[in-house]
Design a protein around this ligand. Structure first.
Ligand SMILES: [Zn+2]
Length: 153
């Protein structure tokens, strides 16, 4: 894969880290979720609540295709049971798996770092300056992007 694409992926996963951190912080006070009304009787999505991100399906009629909620956590909001933030919830109205933010944040951070370090070097000897393709077999022109290799390269 090209260096630029991996850089973009690394930036996206870094943005995911920030989003996870903000959602984690917010989940202590607010219940926030987004769900897709894929069928007329179920909403598939994710809900952040008290340090856990719940992924699953709620069996209720969607108001629209994209359904969002964000409100202060109320006494009636029951999720669980949970163990160290991991959880499960299964009843007649919902089926959810809970993943803790303390695990999601380092996982996303690790992905960012791994992607950043996996980028090919920018101007290594014997590779195309434009796309990073290996030019050892074709020293005059890059077979990947067509760039001519100048003597300065
Ligand atoms: Zn090239």
């Amino acid at each position: 894969m090209k260096r630029r694409h991996i850089t973009i992926l690394a930036a996206m996963s870094l943005a995911l880290c920030v989003a996870i951190a903000l959602l984690w912080f917010d989940s202590k006070r607010n219940l926030a979720g987004i769900g897709l009304g894929i069928s007329s009787t179920a909403i598939y999505g994710a809900i952040a609540h008290d340090g856990t991100l719940w992924l699953g399906v709620a069996y209720e009629q969607p108001r629209s295709f994209v359904n969002t909620v964000r409100r202060p956590i109320g006494a009636g909001d029951k999720f669980g049971p949970t163990v160290a933030g991991f959880g499960w919830m299964r009843d007649s109205n919902a089926y959810f798996l809970g993943l803790p933010f303390w695990m999601l944040l380092p996982a996303a951070a690790g992905l960012s770092i791994w992607l950043w370090r996996a980028r090919p070097p920018k101007h290594a000897a014997g590779v195309c300056r434009r796309c990073g393709y290996d030019l050892r077999a074709t020293p005059d022109r890059c077979p990947e992007c067509g760039a001519a290799v100048t003597p300065a390269d």
